[in-house]
Write a protein that binds this ligand. Structure first.
Ligand code: PMP
Length: 443
């Protein structure tokens, strides 16, 4: 395909880039101008193999014609319609299609526009649920250290990343955190689910003992934490959390923003991990990221409690101008159709053994202190340069990019999450380039 002419922006100053080192970027901009299949192309015409599906979101690969056409057609039919006390058909269809993929009995879908909004929506629904059932003392929200649930005040407060919280003061009250499951010596270099650490879920019992179950509304965790460096749950850990929640009437929320839509070989992580939450968030892969959209799926009983117990009128005082936006709904339906037609979760499962082998082949390279993987997610942890955390990771990222491979780094952990259409030659190139970069950085 010929290079399309994508003009470089004349002005780099106006755009305040999110989660970025603006000064560094603007001194040496890496502009992704176009994408197709497994590849990005920079404004300078360089081909970049996408090892991260954008930001864990373009699961079906880039530039999918079916999604593009669905968006175009919908834009011609109905660009936008108000969503409060009114509806448009395609949002109902999109919700019904999502409900076909969620675990049984989780058939009620609330639309948002992002993972952050989904996290805050899930927390608000949990609070509304308890209040509707006459348990308004249940206001305490429990997250986990190193959890990431986006940047809204709810998700940020329940999230457990110091760097994302410190700038912003007191955050939400009545929030506690479970310990994370990272760094257990016996789990180093484990393949798939690690064996040790399920008992870390018992910290929830300790919080119940401390505060009283009657004060706790919900626990929110990612089934597999991605953004904080790929933390795979120890075998039995999520089951244990589920059992403690059940025992005490606490709602369990899974943040499936990354694990949804095939990333770990099933429609949602809940399915592969065999634990069903009460509420689950999603975004990213829902529309293959072609249009922003998020959603929250809840157990029917949660919906019923909020809706049936409300006095006549509005039941949940929450929603967004763009909830269920027609273009996003069209993109979501087309994406889910692609997932079905191409069995993308099945493709992910089929290539997982090869992916796992390639991931763990990095063991023994300089500074590699741990490797984790689950589904089509991998985390390669490097020892930080003494006194300079994050520098080594950044250096490896830059070296990979300059050689035409996009990886993601959080601190000194390299996180990989390719489009689910990845094939062996891509895996070979991705890991070959990454191995070279790790070696070169150490040299
Ligand atoms: N939750 C999880 C688990 C995520 O990984 C992310 C994004 N990486 C979010 C929430 C936030 O999503 P968004 O950036 O769309 O707000």
């Amino acid at each position: 395909m010929n290079e399309m002419n994508v003009p470089r922006p004349n002005n780099l100053d106006a755009y305040w880039m999110p989660f970025s080192d603006n000064r560094y970027f603007k001194s040496n901009p890496r502009l992704l101008a176009r994408a197709e299949g497994m590849f990005y192309h920079t404004a300078d015409g360089q081909e970049i193999l996408d090892g991260t599906a954008g930001l864990w979101c373009c699961n079906a690969g880039h530039g999918r014609r079916e999604i593009k056409e669905a968006i175009q057609q919908q834009a011609a039919i109905l660009d936008y319609a108000p969503t409060f006390q009114l509806g448009h058909p395609i949002a109902f269809e999109a919700a019904a299609r999502i409900a076909e993929l969620t675990p049984e009995g989780m058939d009620r879908i609330f639309f948002t526009n992002s993972g952050s909004e989904s996290a805050d929506t899930a927390l608000k629904i949990a609070l509304a649920y308890h209040r509707a059932r006459g348990e308004s003392s249940r206001v305490r929200l429990i997250g986990r250290e190193r959890g990431y649930h986006g940047v809204g005040f709810g998700g940020m407060s329940v999230g457990g990343i110091g760097g994302n919280r410190k700038q912003f003061g007191a955050l939400l009250p009545y929030v506690d955190h479970l310990p994370h499951t990272h760094g257990i010596e016996a789990n180093l270099f484990a393949r798939g689910l690690p064996e040790h650490g399920a008992e870390r879920a018992d910290a929830l019992e300790a919080l119940v003992a401390l505060h009283g179950a009657e004060t706790i509304a919900a626990v929110m965790v990612e089934p597999v934490a991605g953004s904080t460096g790929v933390l795979v749950p120890p075998r039995g850990y999520l089951e244990r959390l589920r059992a403690i929640c059940d025992k005490h009437g606490i709602l369990l929320i899974f943040d499936e923003v990354i694990t949804g839509f095939g990333r770990i070989g099933t429609n949602f992580g809940a399915e592969r991990l065999g634990v069903t939450p009460d509420i689950m968030t999603m975004a990213k892969g829902l529309t293959n990221a072609a249009v922003p959209m998020g959603a929250v799926a809840v157990k029917n009983a949660v919906y019923d409690a909020v809706v049936d117990n409300a006095p006549a009128g509005i039941e949940l005082f929450h929603g967004y101008t763009y909830s269920g936006h027609p273009l996003a709904a069209a993109a979501a339906i087309a994406t889910m159709e692609l997932h079905r037609a191409e069995d993308l979760p099945g493709r992910a499962r089929a290539i997982e053994p090869l992916w796992q082998e390639a991931t763990h082949s990095l063991k023994g390279l300089p500074n590699v202190v741990d490797i984790r993987d689950f589904g089509l997610i991998a985390g390669i942890e490097l020892a930080p340069r003494p006194g300079k955390p994050g520098q080594r990771g950044t250096e490896v990222f830059r070296r990979c990019f300059d050689k035409g491979v996009l990886v993601r780094v959080t601190g000194d952990i390299i996180a990989l999450s390719p489009p689910l259409i990845i094939e062996k030659p891509h895996v070979d190139r991705l890991y070959g380039t990454l191995a070279d970069a790790i070696r070169a950085e150490a040299a």
